[in-house]
Design a protein around this ligand. Structure first.
Ligand SMILES: [Zn+2]
Length: 163
């Protein structure tokens, strides 16, 4: 979990959403990642997805554990279910409750190790960036407008090339 927390802090250092994840097999980290929504402009670039991408094609996940600094959302819970990852370990769900019940219903062992340091770290961040966080979990009400929207580099390029 400490390595996942390091990833979260790396994400923060890049101006991103500070959630980190690692994939472990036989006690060894075989993949690591952090949320890159802001950095890459990709709404699906969640920490767990980035971690699985970085681990590459490993074939089977039946001896793997997926660690995340936050309760995995439905997207990431879905990835764990799809790839039949048998165990998911999370640091907290006080700031956000993801798909834990759905994962358990699919036979995944879900363990919340309750790390107060990580809970506080992420809670502080969501207080400072409520809109960015709402966007990440699909809670933003009216999409991005005006100058925020222009920050999306592809849209920005499209608009400017039409002039
Ligand atoms: Zn997610």
């Amino acid at each position: 979990m400490q390595a996942a927390f390091e990833e979260a802090k790396k994400g923060l250092g890049e101006g991103g959403i500070p959630i980190g994840s690692v994939l472990v097999r036989d006690g060894k980290i075989i993949g690591r990642g952090h949320n890159k929504r802001v950095q890459s402009g990709d709404p699906t670039a969640h920490a767990e997805i980035d971690c699985l991408r970085n681990a590459g094609r490993i074939g089977s996940y039946d001896d793997c554990i997926l660690y995340s600094t936050l309760s995995p959302c439905f997207l990431c819970s879905g990835a764990a279910m799809l790839f039949k990852i048998p165990k998911v370990v999370l640091a907290e769900h006080k700031n956000f409750m993801g798909g834990e019940a759905v994962m358990r219903a699919h036979g995944i062992e879900v363990v919340n190790v309750k790390e107060p340091e990580i809970t506080e770290f992420f809670g502080e961040w969501t207080k400072k960036h409520p809109e960015l966080w709402d966007e990440d979990i699909g809670e933003l009400k009216h999409g991005l407008k005006g100058h925020e929207f222009m920050h999306h580099k592809k849209v920005h390029r499209k608009l400017t090339s039409k002039r």
